[in-house]
Design a protein around this ligand. Structure first.
Ligand code: SF4
Length: 500
């Protein structure tokens, strides 16, 4: 740890009135320093043209820029990136594709304005309370914008999502937890964990971040996650002033774990590349890392109250490559970053330009797990309105059933996909399954809705079985006709009565 934390000497454990509170806060703020970063953020096409004129990294031709303007890509999401990331993009195709706008994005704008219907779970502005944890929107931008951004509705202000006030959030958590303790709320546990999101919280000042961290800890939160891609977009942000603020926070709240939910999408974002875009190795053959990322990760990993977890979607032309994903998982773990989730690209407006089909993404991810140890592995999931649905298996169909025209044979010929409700807002559905007939072109769970055979998202147990029952009824009726009291007949009777 490069920073030595000093012991705080604040009179009294808690300020007792407003004047004391102000002095207490001023004392703390005096201990926090800010760095004047120059991220050199290039926002939108006109600014990019100017940046190139000034000698900036060229990742578009003039013709490409003209066609982007003609297609109106900025109406969906203006292209935006730091000078640091644009320079990385010069030597990495994957990095380039992550931030580089394409006219095709505008060809099919179908998708959800509010992906996964998040506003349904928003009891106060800027706060989502869906799982046992709360998500808080703290800022409306990131230093670069991923073209596949699943928060683009928020970044561009297309939905009524807003940033949160820490005071309102803390009040909400205190009230909720008091109600849980009193037994007035029984269907949700107390809030122990909060995810700071946006946008990217790491574009905020250190004092602003401290306010959120401190306010949440004082409200009783034990785990604070910071969702950030800044370690890829601008790793210089994790500097001594930021680390000092983190240490100050830890002195005040030693019991709180801070989890950085980092977002590396491709190994090119943190491994060292030469000008030809090839990985550089040391004399022992080990891959070298980008020194800025390596230092940032090392400083965070050196703090026992910090963990780093990576999660990212699988995106067409960026990381839909099992070898790249395998390498990423190996090297992230070696750098001290845990591999958490790989996600299916969300159904944002225009997602057809970025998503690979669900079953293809699953296969890429499953292939990437080969050769990984237990501690390097990750999950592949869809973050849906019903919760995190892990795709646990795709079962090949049986060709012997092909050609038959009844639905049961068609299902057997097509094969099955099996999802597990890994994380759901409803305790009674935890770890239940959703089983559907395969649909290799489906880009989202909506592509399976009319193919589901067993639906663990449904609360009534009979309802779970009803799609399968509908499919099997003709066959069961035939089998049950001869002997209605046999097991087939009884099963039919039972399922019929439960699903009624
Ligand atoms: S880092 Fe996250 S919030 Fe920011 S642009 Fe990328 S996907 Fe969107």
């Amino acid at each position: 740890m490069s920073q030595t934390a000093k012991t705080l000497h604040i009179a009294g454990s808690r300020p007792k009135n407003k004047a004391q509170l102000r002095r207490h806060k001023d004392n703390l703020y005096a201990r926090i320093s800010e760095t004047r970063f120059n991220r050199y953020v290039v926002h939108d096409i006109a600014r990019y043209r100017k940046y190139v004129d000034e000698g900036g990294a060229e990742i578009y031709s003039q013709a490409e820029l003209d066609s982007l303007e003609a297609a109106g890509v900025s109406d969906r999401l203006p292209p935006r990136a730091t000078d640091y990331y644009l320079n990385l993009a010069r030597t990495s195709k994957a990095v380039r594709n992550l931030i580089k706008a394409r006219p095709e994005e505008m060809e099919d704008l179908s998708g959800e304005k509010d992906p996964s219907n998040q506003l349904r779970y928003s009891p106060i502005p800027g706060l989502l309370h869906k799982y046992e944890l709360c998500l808080v929107y703290v800022v409306r931008t990131c230093s670069s914008w991923c073209r596949y951004c699943y928060r683009s509705d928020f970044l561009t202000g297309k939905t009524e999502k807003d940033t949160a006030s820490i005071h309102e959030v803390a009040d909400y958590i205190r009230t909720h937890n008091a109600n849980v303790a009193a037994g007035d709320i029984t269907d949700r546990p107390e809030v122990r964990e909060v995810l700071l999101s946006g946008g990217d919280p790491m574009v905020l000042s250190n004092r602003n971040l401290f306010d959120y961290l401190n306010g949440l800890a004082e409200a009783g939160v034990e785990v604070i996650r910071i969702g950030t891609k800044e370690m890829a977009f601008y790793p210089q942000r994790f500097d001594d002033n930021f680390l000092n603020m983190l240490d100050l926070f830890h002195e005040l709240h030693p019991h709180v774990l801070v989890a950085f939910m980092v977002h590396f999408t491709h190994p090119d974002e943190f491994l060292r590349l030469n000008d030809a875009g090839e990985y550089v190795r040391d004399k022992h053959g080990h891959l070298l890392r980008n020194p800025l990322v390596e230092i940032a990760a090392a400083h965070l990993c050196a703090r026992p109250f910090v963990t780093l977890e990576n999660q990212t979607p699988i995106i067409q032309g960026v990381n839909d490559d099992a070898d790249a994903l395998r390498l990423m998982q190996q090297e992230l773990k070696r750098m001290g970053v845990n591999n958490h989730y790989y996600f299916q690209c969300r159904e944002i407006e225009g997602f057809h330009a970025f998503a690979v089909p669900v079953e293809t993404a699953w296969k890429v991810h499953a292939d990437s797990q080969r050769g990984l140890s237990g501690i390097e592995r990750s999950r592949f999931a869809l973050s849906t309105e019903a919760g995190k649905m892990e795709l646990i298996s795709v079962i090949e169909g049986d060709n012997r059933f092909r050609g038959a025209d009844d639905e049961l044979s068609q299902a057997l010929a097509e094969g099955l996909v099996v999802f597990r409700l890994h994380r759901t807002p409803y305790a009674d559905r935890q770890s239940d399954l959703v089983v559907a007939r395969r649909h290799p072109q489906a880009l989202w769970i909506s592509g399976y809705e009319d193919r589901i055979l067993y639906d663990g998202r449904v609360r009534q147990s009979g309802g779970k079985w009803s799609p399968l029952l509908t499919l099997l009824t003709p066959a069961l009726m035939r089998a049950g006709e001869d002997s209605p009291a046999n097991s087939t007949g009884l099963l039919l009777q039972e399922l019929g009565s439960v699903s009624a």
